[in-house]
Design a protein around this ligand. Structure first.
Ligand code: KIV
Length: 270
């Protein structure tokens, strides 16, 4: 899918990449310009992740972000008209309580946000939501393992699937989501062996984030690969840039030029 001249990526197209020998490249983006650049770089999927709660909106977790906020960010990404598939992430409490809520929320991402698919977290417990959304004609990406919306249940952001029981439950979750019709499945923070086992056990492609190299694709948060994030990064993060230094340096130099009176010069004035 790295061929920039290729047609628009669709959910069935992502599903068909399973077993094709071509790995799926997914990145998050939350705004128009970044979406354009991520698309130009050849990503297959742009996930408007609810990680936006923390990296864009400054919340302490993903829990407070609202459907309105997520739909607004998804709209900005969709207006970049990327070749990549735009997936909107359904926020906490927008699908957990009722199946009807789940369908309505998914519908808002498509109608108001311009997404071509949605993502939600959870396994067996959300299978009825997945079926209903798929029945409404909206492709669903699943997400199991370290699902940040369940941070309080887990007691922190911990690697999942380490015990035999937890491993078996995650395999059961993956199979249930596969049967319910998910077109792909994010596997977050689990032992590589389990990532491989789930990848072998399901017909949909898996997209790993801290789930090892055997997954059918990989996803990372754009702020992390740019080197924008402060604090200790998760073990799976690989940084490809130093955006913090870039922004700090540019802002500091501008401040110095303003304070010294060297900005604006005659060429920069009317
Ligand atoms: O919200 C998000 O960005 C995500 C990815 C990290 C998978 O769910």
């Amino acid at each position: 899918m790295a061929d920039a001249a290729a047609k628009k990526v669709t959910a069935p197209g992502i599903r068909a990449m399973k077993g094709s020998g071509e790995r799926i490249v997914a990145l998050t983006a939350y705004d128009f310009m970044t979406a354009k650049l991520v698309d130009e770089a050849g990503a297959d999927v742009i996930l408007v992740g609810d990680s936006a709660a923390m990296v864009v909106l400054g919340y302490d977790s993903t829990l407070p972000v609202t459907v309105d906020e997520m739909v607004m960010l998804t709209g900005a990404v969709a207006r970049a008209k990327p070749r990549a598939l735009v997936v909107g992430d359904m926020p906490f409490m927008s699908y957990q309580a009722e199946v009807a809520d789940a369908v309505r929320t998914a519908g808002r991402f498509v109608k108001d946000g311009g997404a071509s698919a949605v993502k939600l977290e959870g396994g067996v417990k959300v299978v009825d939501r997945v079926r209903a959304i798929v029945d409404a004609g909206i492709p669903v990406m699943g997400h199991i393992g370290l699902t940040p919306q369940s941070v309080h249940e887990f007691g922190g952001y911990r690697v999942q699937g380490k015990s035999d029981d937890a491993r078996a439950r995650l395999l059961e979750d993956a199979r249930a989501l596969d049967e319910a019709g998910c077109f792909s499945l994010v596997l977050e923070a689990m032992p590589s062996g389990l990532g491989a086992e789930i990848t072998d056990a399901v017909t949909m492609p898996t997209i790993g984030i801290g789930a090892g190299a055997a997954c059918d694709g990989q996803v990372l948060v754009i702020n992390d690969i740019l080197g924008y994030t402060t604090g200790r990064a998760a073990r799976f993060v690989r940084s490809y840039g130093d955006a913090r230094s870039l922004v700090l340096d540019a802002a500091r130099r501008f401040a110095a030029d303003v304070r010294s009176g060297s900005y604006p010069n005659d060429d920069e004035s009317y």
